[in-house]
Design a protein around this ligand. Sequence first.
Ligand code: PGA
Length: 229
Amino acid sequence: MSKLIIANFKMNGTKSSIEEWFNTFSREANTSNEVIVAIPSPFLINFADNGIRVAAQNVSPYVSGAYTSQVSAEMLKDCGIEYSIIGHSESREFLKETDEDIFNKYNQLIKYSIKPVICIGEPLKIREDNLLQSFISSQLKYFEDLENELIIAYEPIWAIGSGLIPTVEDINEVSELIRGICKNVRILYGGSVNKENASNLLNNSNIDGVLVGGASLNPKEFANIAQSC
Ligand code: PGA
Protein backbone atom coordinates (compact mmCIF):
# COMPACT_ATOMS: atom_id res chain seq x y z
CA MET A 1 0.00 0.00 0.00
CA SER A 2 1.28 3.46 -0.80
CA LYS A 3 2.37 5.69 2.05
CA LEU A 4 0.88 9.06 2.96
CA ILE A 5 3.44 11.88 2.88
CA ILE A 6 2.19 15.18 4.30
CA ALA A 7 4.00 18.52 4.27
CA ASN A 8 3.09 20.98 7.01
CA PHE A 9 4.20 24.48 6.08
CA LYS A 10 2.92 25.91 9.41
CA MET A 11 2.92 29.74 9.24
CA ASN A 12 5.45 30.02 6.42
CA GLY A 13 5.35 31.12 2.80
CA THR A 14 3.81 33.68 0.47
CA LYS A 15 1.66 33.16 -2.59
CA SER A 16 4.68 33.38 -4.88
CA SER A 17 6.99 31.22 -2.75
CA ILE A 18 4.31 28.53 -2.50
CA GLU A 19 3.76 28.66 -6.26
CA GLU A 20 7.47 28.20 -6.78
CA TRP A 21 7.45 25.35 -4.26
CA PHE A 22 4.74 23.48 -6.20
CA ASN A 23 6.60 24.00 -9.49
CA THR A 24 9.87 22.67 -8.09
CA PHE A 25 8.23 19.79 -6.26
CA SER A 26 6.32 18.69 -9.37
CA ARG A 27 9.55 18.74 -11.39
CA GLU A 28 11.57 16.83 -8.80
CA ALA A 29 9.14 14.28 -7.38
CA ASN A 30 8.59 10.90 -8.89
CA THR A 31 6.57 8.85 -6.46
CA SER A 32 3.48 6.70 -6.28
CA ASN A 33 3.01 7.64 -2.60
CA GLU A 34 0.07 9.94 -1.74
CA VAL A 35 1.33 13.48 -1.24
CA ILE A 36 -0.59 16.21 0.60
CA VAL A 37 0.58 19.73 1.37
CA ALA A 38 -0.87 21.68 4.32
CA ILE A 39 -0.52 25.38 3.52
CA PRO A 40 -1.63 28.52 5.40
CA SER A 41 -5.35 29.25 5.03
CA PRO A 42 -5.18 32.50 2.97
CA PHE A 43 -3.66 30.50 0.09
CA LEU A 44 -5.92 27.43 0.15
CA ILE A 45 -8.22 28.72 -2.57
CA ASN A 46 -5.27 29.58 -4.83
CA PHE A 47 -3.77 26.11 -4.72
CA ALA A 48 -6.71 23.76 -4.12
CA ASP A 49 -6.78 22.85 -7.76
CA ASN A 50 -3.12 22.59 -8.69
CA GLY A 51 -2.78 18.85 -9.23
CA ILE A 52 -1.30 18.13 -5.77
CA ARG A 53 -3.65 17.64 -2.84
CA VAL A 54 -3.78 20.55 -0.45
CA ALA A 55 -4.78 20.43 3.23
CA ALA A 56 -5.86 23.03 5.76
CA GLN A 57 -3.92 23.26 9.03
CA ASN A 58 -6.96 23.66 11.26
CA VAL A 59 -10.75 24.14 11.23
CA SER A 60 -13.34 25.59 13.58
CA PRO A 61 -15.30 23.23 15.83
CA TYR A 62 -18.37 25.40 15.16
CA VAL A 63 -20.77 25.47 12.22
CA SER A 64 -20.92 29.24 11.59
CA GLY A 65 -21.63 32.51 13.37
CA ALA A 66 -19.92 34.88 15.77
CA TYR A 67 -16.49 33.19 15.90
CA THR A 68 -14.20 35.95 14.65
CA SER A 69 -10.98 34.62 13.06
CA GLN A 70 -12.21 31.06 12.58
CA VAL A 71 -12.66 29.08 9.36
CA SER A 72 -15.48 26.54 9.08
CA ALA A 73 -15.46 23.10 7.48
CA GLU A 74 -18.09 24.32 5.04
CA MET A 75 -15.73 27.10 3.90
CA LEU A 76 -12.89 24.62 3.41
CA LYS A 77 -15.18 22.39 1.37
CA ASP A 78 -16.23 25.36 -0.71
CA CYS A 79 -12.55 26.02 -1.49
CA GLY A 80 -12.13 22.41 -2.70
CA ILE A 81 -10.13 21.20 0.29
CA GLU A 82 -10.15 17.44 0.98
CA TYR A 83 -7.94 17.18 4.09
CA SER A 84 -7.34 19.14 7.29
CA ILE A 85 -4.86 18.73 10.11
CA ILE A 86 -6.48 18.96 13.55
CA GLY A 87 -5.05 18.76 17.07
CA HIS A 88 -1.52 19.80 16.12
CA SER A 89 0.46 20.32 19.34
CA GLU A 90 1.08 23.95 18.36
CA SER A 91 -2.69 24.58 18.09
CA ARG A 92 -3.32 22.68 21.31
CA GLU A 93 -0.72 24.86 23.03
CA PHE A 94 -1.21 28.32 21.50
CA LEU A 95 -4.97 28.15 20.90
CA LYS A 96 -5.70 26.15 24.08
CA GLU A 97 -7.54 23.44 22.16
CA THR A 98 -8.90 20.55 24.22
CA ASP A 99 -9.49 16.92 23.18
CA GLU A 100 -13.20 17.74 23.10
CA ASP A 101 -12.62 20.72 20.76
CA ILE A 102 -10.60 18.44 18.51
CA PHE A 103 -13.39 15.87 18.39
CA ASN A 104 -15.86 18.64 17.50
CA LYS A 105 -13.52 19.72 14.69
CA TYR A 106 -13.36 16.10 13.54
CA ASN A 107 -17.15 15.93 13.39
CA GLN A 108 -17.37 19.17 11.41
CA LEU A 109 -14.88 17.84 8.86
CA ILE A 110 -16.63 14.47 8.54
CA LYS A 111 -19.92 16.26 7.93
CA TYR A 112 -18.35 17.88 4.85
CA SER A 113 -16.42 14.77 3.72
CA ILE A 114 -13.05 16.34 4.50
CA LYS A 115 -10.49 13.87 5.86
CA PRO A 116 -9.11 14.85 9.26
CA VAL A 117 -5.43 14.23 10.04
CA ILE A 118 -5.54 13.98 13.84
CA CYS A 119 -2.31 14.83 15.64
CA ILE A 120 -1.43 13.39 19.02
CA GLY A 121 1.79 13.16 21.00
CA GLU A 122 3.29 13.54 24.43
CA PRO A 123 5.57 16.13 26.06
CA LEU A 124 8.92 14.78 27.27
CA LYS A 125 7.92 14.94 30.94
CA ILE A 126 5.05 12.50 30.34
CA ARG A 127 7.45 10.01 28.73
CA GLU A 128 10.00 10.43 31.55
CA ASP A 129 7.29 9.91 34.17
CA ASN A 130 6.15 6.68 32.47
CA LEU A 131 2.72 8.12 31.72
CA LEU A 132 2.92 7.66 27.95
CA GLN A 133 0.25 4.96 27.60
CA SER A 134 -2.37 6.76 29.68
CA PHE A 135 -1.61 10.12 28.02
CA ILE A 136 -1.99 8.77 24.46
CA SER A 137 -5.08 6.75 25.41
CA SER A 138 -6.66 9.86 26.84
CA GLN A 139 -5.94 11.90 23.69
CA LEU A 140 -7.71 9.16 21.71
CA LYS A 141 -10.69 8.64 24.01
CA TYR A 142 -13.19 10.21 21.60
CA PHE A 143 -11.87 8.17 18.66
CA GLU A 144 -12.19 4.73 20.24
CA ASP A 145 -13.86 2.13 18.04
CA LEU A 146 -15.13 4.56 15.36
CA GLU A 147 -15.98 2.83 12.09
CA ASN A 148 -14.50 5.52 9.80
CA GLU A 149 -10.93 5.18 8.62
CA LEU A 150 -8.85 7.52 10.80
CA ILE A 151 -5.54 9.15 9.99
CA ILE A 152 -3.58 9.63 13.22
CA ALA A 153 -0.25 11.43 13.22
CA TYR A 154 1.89 10.49 16.20
CA GLU A 155 4.07 13.53 16.86
CA PRO A 156 5.94 13.45 20.17
CA ILE A 157 6.16 17.12 21.18
CA TRP A 158 9.82 16.78 22.15
CA ALA A 159 10.62 15.56 18.62
CA ILE A 160 9.00 18.48 16.80
CA GLY A 161 11.62 20.83 15.35
CA SER A 162 14.27 19.47 17.73
CA GLY A 163 16.26 17.07 15.56
CA LEU A 164 15.42 14.27 18.03
CA ILE A 165 13.41 11.28 16.97
CA PRO A 166 12.13 8.30 18.95
CA THR A 167 13.64 4.84 18.46
CA VAL A 168 11.89 2.32 16.21
CA GLU A 169 10.83 0.45 19.37
CA ASP A 170 9.29 3.63 20.84
CA ILE A 171 7.33 4.30 17.65
CA ASN A 172 6.19 0.69 17.38
CA GLU A 173 4.99 0.73 21.00
CA VAL A 174 2.81 3.80 20.35
CA SER A 175 1.61 2.46 17.02
CA GLU A 176 0.49 -0.77 18.72
CA LEU A 177 -1.29 1.25 21.38
CA ILE A 178 -3.11 3.35 18.75
CA ARG A 179 -4.16 0.24 16.81
CA GLY A 180 -5.54 -1.21 20.05
CA ILE A 181 -7.79 1.83 20.54
CA CYS A 182 -8.77 2.78 16.98
CA LYS A 183 -10.28 0.11 14.76
CA ASN A 184 -9.45 1.32 11.31
CA VAL A 185 -6.45 3.59 11.27
CA ARG A 186 -3.53 4.84 9.20
CA ILE A 187 -0.67 5.93 11.44
CA LEU A 188 1.76 8.66 10.47
CA TYR A 189 4.90 9.64 12.32
CA GLY A 190 5.86 13.32 12.66
CA GLY A 191 8.70 15.16 14.39
CA SER A 192 12.10 16.03 12.84
CA VAL A 193 11.53 13.90 9.73
CA ASN A 194 14.16 14.71 7.08
CA LYS A 195 15.71 13.15 4.01
CA GLU A 196 18.26 11.25 6.11
CA ASN A 197 15.79 9.47 8.42
CA ALA A 198 12.71 9.21 6.12
CA SER A 199 13.55 5.94 4.48
CA ASN A 200 14.09 4.19 7.82
CA LEU A 201 10.76 5.49 9.10
CA LEU A 202 8.82 4.73 5.93
CA ASN A 203 10.19 1.22 5.61
CA ASN A 204 8.73 0.41 9.04
CA SER A 205 5.52 -1.51 8.32
CA ASN A 206 3.92 -0.03 11.46
CA ILE A 207 4.08 3.46 9.93
CA ASP A 208 1.74 4.36 7.08
CA GLY A 209 3.32 7.73 6.34
CA VAL A 210 5.00 10.84 7.69
CA LEU A 211 4.04 14.41 8.58
CA VAL A 212 6.94 16.72 7.79
CA GLY A 213 7.33 20.28 9.09
CA GLY A 214 10.67 22.09 8.71
CA ALA A 215 12.14 19.79 6.05
CA SER A 216 9.04 20.14 3.87
CA LEU A 217 9.76 23.82 3.23
CA ASN A 218 12.49 22.81 0.82
CA PRO A 219 10.66 21.24 -2.16
CA LYS A 220 13.69 19.21 -3.26
CA GLU A 221 14.15 17.73 0.21
CA PHE A 222 10.42 17.01 0.47
CA ALA A 223 10.49 15.32 -2.96
CA ASN A 224 13.38 13.22 -1.70
CA ILE A 225 11.38 12.25 1.41
CA ALA A 226 8.27 11.47 -0.64
CA GLN A 227 10.16 8.99 -2.77
CA SER A 228 12.26 7.40 -0.06
CA CYS A 229 10.25 4.18 -0.05
P1 PGA B 1 9.08 19.19 12.21
O1 PGA B 1 7.54 19.47 12.48
O2 PGA B 1 9.18 18.23 11.04
O3 PGA B 1 9.67 20.54 11.89
O4 PGA B 1 9.66 18.59 13.45
C1 PGA B 1 6.57 18.45 12.37
C2 PGA B 1 5.20 19.00 12.70
O5 PGA B 1 5.10 19.84 13.61
O6 PGA B 1 4.19 18.62 12.08
